[in-house]
Design a protein. Structure first.
Length: 140
């Protein structure tokens, strides 16, 4: 493997009740605790709790085995919401870099070990609570 630069343009934020509107794409996604303002039709993000990757985003989130774990992070009046970035190649490497940098509480794999060569990640779009640009290197 060699040095890679990966750009992630995040879309979102979708609430649990809107999972059916997620695209069926290959993606990296973030799981957040948030509050929902019905009048404004917007969410306020509180905490990034999980980062994942999926070959089919909608199916993965709808059937994810960690729903109970995610919901254990909710405080009163909070809900789970998601953002996502389409990515076809290097999905696992991008996920590993994002987890290694952000260390969400529900991720264990990659939180303390980055097994890939030097990787630069740039995020934009709806990427609150995520670092805009960072570089990670293999832990030897």
């Amino acid at each position: 493997m060699a040095y890679e630069e990966i750009n992630l343009n995040f879309k979102g934020y979708r609430r649990k009740v809107k999972i059916s509107t997620l695209p069926e794409i290959s993606a990296i996604y973030g799981v957040y605790t948030c509050t929902y303002d019905k009048k404004a039709g917007s969410v306020s993000l509180k905490k990034l709790i999980y980062i994942g990757e999926a070959q089919n985003l909608r199916k993965r989130i709808a059937n994810h085995e960690k729903w109970e774990d995610w919901e254990s992070h909710l405080n009163s009046n909070e809900i789970i919401c998601f953002n996502y970035a389409k990515i076809d190649d290097l999905r696992e490497r991008a996920e590993a870099a994002m987890i290694y940098r952000h260390k969400p509480p529900e991720n264990t794999e990659y939180a303390d070990n980055f097994p890939f060569d030097k990787t630069k990640i740039t995020t934009d779009g709806q990427n609150a609570l995520m670092t805009k640009t960072f570089t990670v290197e293999r832990d030897d």
